[in-house]
Design a protein around this ligand. Structure first.
Ligand code: ADP
Length: 146
């Protein structure tokens, strides 16, 4: 059983995140989406709202589970008995950041990170952009999963 955690803030969960999970399901038997409770980040949605949104998106996909965590990603991954961390990268800047995180996490725990490059049409989609559009009352439906 190949199990991965997909950790993030998901404030909110975008079509870019959705695409990474769907593509990750071709590599892993099970993906646990970990919604991080980061008190340092000012969030738009509560952790519970984010969990509900993601559960609704994957209600017909039993291989995707949703959990919250407030510890280190590597500790969350081992609690979930996951051998892999799944992440996405939209740009070379994202990639450098993700590679650094992946190196630290592998050094500390031996857990491998799999970084999936975004599908080109979603590479400009970010939760922060969606939050800003929402703030100005714009329609954000095309940036969210159905
Ligand atoms: P974090 O605060 O941990 O970066 P995010 O919710 O912003 O959490 O992102 C979680 C993961 O999803 C990160 O690996 C990020 O690079 C990736 N990601 C975010 N948006 C996209 C996208 N449009 N396409 C592919 N990956 C994405």
């Amino acid at each position: 059983m190949k199990r991965a955690v997909f950790p993030g803030s998901f404030d909110p969960f975008t079509i870019g995140h959705y695409d990474i999970v769907c593509r990750g399901l071709k590599l892993f038997d099970e993906i646990i989406i970990g919604v991080g409770c980061n008190i340092k980040k000012n969030s738009l949605y509560t952790v519970n709202q984010r969990v509900e949104q993601i559960q609704r998106v994957f209600s017909h996909e039993p291989r995707v589970k949703v959990a919250t965590y407030d510890n280190l990603t590597i500790d969350f991954a081992s609690e979930q008995k996951a051998g892999f961390i799944l992440r996405g990268a939209r740009s070379s800047t994202d990639f450098e950041y993700e590679r650094n995180l992946a190196d630290i996490n592998r050094c500390l725990s031996g857990i491998e990170t799999v970084i999936i490059c975004s599908t080109p049409q979603y590479s400009m989609v970010s939760s922060s952009m969606v939050r800003e559009l929402l703030h100005y009352g714009k329609d954000i439906s095309e940036f969210l999963p159905k």
